[in-house]
Design a protein around this ligand. Structure first.
Ligand SMILES: Cc1ncc(C[n+]2csc(CCOP(=O)(O)OP(=O)(O)O)c2C)c(N)n1
Ligand SMILES: CC(=O)[C@@H](O)[C@H](O)COP(=O)(O)O
Ligand SMILES: [Mg+2]
Length: 618
């Protein structure tokens, strides 16, 4: 597939250029934009389905509103590629998600058109409401728009925003971009409710009629809105949840029809207060394979745009696969084990258990805080929950971990996938803060396996209980393990016990989790010793005493922030013991690391350089 002879694509470098097109020309531009995205993303992968589905929406918003004077907040931001292209980033788009290139998400420092940065879900309504209230206080006529997907609407934060907005009566437009899908199928009662709204055919027929009248006869608006309101309650099973929260509800309407979107937005622009436009779109719109399989095409990697073929599937297992198969294996022999994921069943591989034991594995929606407290409730009632959350998304649930798990002394296993630098998703997604955030909390164990066998052993150990509070197991994105690691029989690991890997002279290198390899190499090259800490909490005091007694220099390697991480814990321990040797920590410094391949990012933070310098210290 080749992009040739585009009529409008190359001429649109800003929303001002876009506004010169006619409605018919907009349709052609949308086609060209979509083809451009398909072509680019086939070569340089990124979030595919969501961005294809939101092409018309991005075009219509920029056509009607005046961004950046009006504020536009994309929820998550993985659907905002068309917005990036319209706002002058077409030529830079081949650098999307690459080191030094465009961020895969809206980013305030990247463009004035990115009114708010994102990456995590459910923030848009709160942020846009803040902007709407600021406009009111500053007596500005600036509008505020939040675009939020049906999946992201399942996050509690979205409802906190709606609740506040409905009462504030600020000039806020929330666009609910409903493609009836999250990364995996969307879940929960809201999903059924949205389906009810979009599929109630009698209601929709009436609705379209009213919309047409609304468009043409402003004089009858008030009267028609009253009829519309009555019709809704009559035809729909429930009263409208958004209207109950103080919003004016509009739609549902076809969000892949750019002309009707423009018409709807033009009308809405003139209406003050809190309003919600419900649009239905097709995830992956315009690319058949993506329309057919939303989950696979959420972020598919490289593919052949002509055939939809992707590269050959890996013959190895990633950490997430090992988690997925191991929890199922453990659950088969231990009937109190249950699994919980907040909206990432495919991403964390809990889908393996969900298929085999649907009654014992739960996708609770984009709701990390709820996932943890839900798990705590199950633990309080005698179950052994394994709650799997990406490390960076678990930042949403810190108080739930402290207040609902640790403080209650409940046995909940918290598996933090994607711990450490994750690569192309960048600063919003690196899982580098978990140890620092959780280490200070009592009743928390923090383990990090150095490989797949260790992950299985630690999961097995955690599943047996007998400790008090939260058992955190953190492991990184990816990994490549032979499939027969699953044949390894799980064995018990002593909680808080590390391992001496190799002896040496002068310097001891301590690693946690997947820093094992780099530490082993460094130890070999400088003739030092290597110890695998295995636990960031509790620390292995016997191991550390042995290190202190035998080595004048200690280096701790960690896949996380240096401040407050496992290296800090070691430093504190040695300080308490009055160790006089030289202790260094090498990990991520005081910075947000941007996007790039994982190896590029380690290079950029200067990890090897620092380690080399440390190991050659005399
Ligand atoms: C707090 C948080 N949890 C989970 C995710 C992972 N995530 C990114 S997009 C997405 C699905 C969002 O669904 P929806 O809002 O409907 O957008 P769509 O992908 O359908 O366009 C999820 C679960 C995230 N980015 N942030
Ligand atoms: C936008 C978002 O938050 C997810 O799509 C995320 O990019 C998934 O990351 P993984 O590719 O590591 O599953
Ligand atoms: Mg969706």
């Amino acid at each position: 597939m080749e992009i040739c002879d585009t009529k409008y694509l190359v001429k649109i470098d800003s929303p001002a250029d876009l506004k010169l097109l006619s409605l018919d020309e907009l349709k052609i531009y949308c086609r060209e934009l979509r083809d451009f995205l398909i072509d680019e993303l086939s070569k340089n992968p990124g979030h595919f389905g969501s961005s294809l589905g939101a092409v018309e929406l991005a075009v219509a918003i920029h056509y009607v509103y005046d961004i950046p004077e009006d504020k536009l907040v994309w929820d998550v931001g993985h659907q905002a590629y068309a917005h990036k292209i319209i706002t002058g980033r077409r030529d830079a788009f081949p650098t999307n998600r690459k080191l030094g290139g465009l961020s895969g998400f809206p980013k305030m420092s990247e463009s004035e058109y990115d009114s708010f940065g994102a990456g995590h879900a459910s923030t848009s309504i709160s942020a846009a409401l803040g902007m709407a209230v600021a406009a009111r206080l500053k007596k500005s006529r600036s509008k505020a728009i939040a675009v939020i997907g049906d999946g992201s609407m399942t996050g509690g934060l979205a409802f906190e925003g709606l609740n506040n907005a409905g009462a504030e009566k600020a000039d806020l437009l929330v666009i609910l971009n409903d493609n009836n899908h999250s990364i995996d199928p969307n879940v929960g009662a809201l999903k059924e409710y949205f389906l009810d709204l979009t599929t109630s055919r009698r209601y929709n027929r009436m609705k379209i009629h009213i919309w047409n009248l609304l468009g043409f006869s402003p004089r009858f608006r008030r009267f028609l809105q009253k009829i519309e309101h009555g019709a809704k309650s009559f035809f729909l099973h429930q009263s409208n949840v958004f209207e109950s929260l103080g919003f004016r509800y509009f739609g549902p309407t076809d969000g892949n029809d750019v002309v009707s979107l423009v018409r709807a937005l033009r009308d809405l622009r003139e209406i003050g207060g809190a309003k919600l436009l419900h649009i239905y779109t097709t995830k992956g719109k315009g690319y058949e394979p993506a329309e057919q399989n939303h989950t696979e095409w959420h972020a598919p990697g490289k593919f052949d745009p002509n055939t939809g073929e992707k590269g050959v599937a890996a013959q190895t297992l990633r950490y997430q696969d090992v988690f997925g198969y191991t929890i199922l294996e453990l659950a088969r022999t231990n009937e109190i084990i249950v699994g919980v994921t907040p909206a990432m069943p495919t991403g964390c591989s809990l889908n393996i258990m969900m298929e085999a034991m649907p009654e014992r594995a739960f996708d609770v929606g984009i709701a990390e805080g709820h996932a943890v407290t839900f798990a705590a409730g199950m633990a309080a009632a005698g179950l052994m929950p394994f709650c799997n959350i990406y490390s960076s998304f678990s930042q949403r649930s810190i108080d739930n971990i402290i207040h609902d798990v640790a403080l209650q002394g409940l046995e909940v296993v918290l598996c933090l996938d994607r711990a450490g630098l994750v690569g192309e998703d960048g600063a919003t997604h690196h899982g580098v803060f978990d140890i620092a955030l959780l280490r200070a909390v009592p009743n928390i164990i923090i383990a990090a396996p150095a490989d797949a066998v260790e992950l299985r052993n630690i999961m097995y150990t955690a599943s047996l209980g007998g400790y008090k509070g939260c058992f955190v197991i953190r492991y990184p994105r990816g990994g490549a393990f032979p499939k027969d690691v699953l044949n390894h029989e799980c064995s018990l690991v002593e909680i808080g016990r590390g391992r001496k890997i190799s002896g040496g002279e002068r310097v001891a290198i301590l690693s946690l989790g997947d820093m094992f390899e780099v530490a082993a190499q460094a130890a070999a090259s400088c003739g030092g010793a290597h110890y695998d800490l295995r636990f960031a909490k509790p620390l292995d005091s016997a191991l550390l005493d042995e290190v202190a007694a035998n080595y004048g220099q200690v280096i701790v390697c960690e896949n996380g922030v240096e401040a407050g991480g496992v290296g800090s814990a070691v430093l504190e321990y040695f300080a308490r013991k009055g160790y006089k040797g030289d202790v260094r920590v090498v990990g991520i410094g005081d910075e947000f690391v941007e996007q790039g391949s994982v190896s590029q990012l380690w290079e950029q933070v200067g990890f090897r350089e620092k380690l080399l310098k440390m190991t050659s210290l005399k």
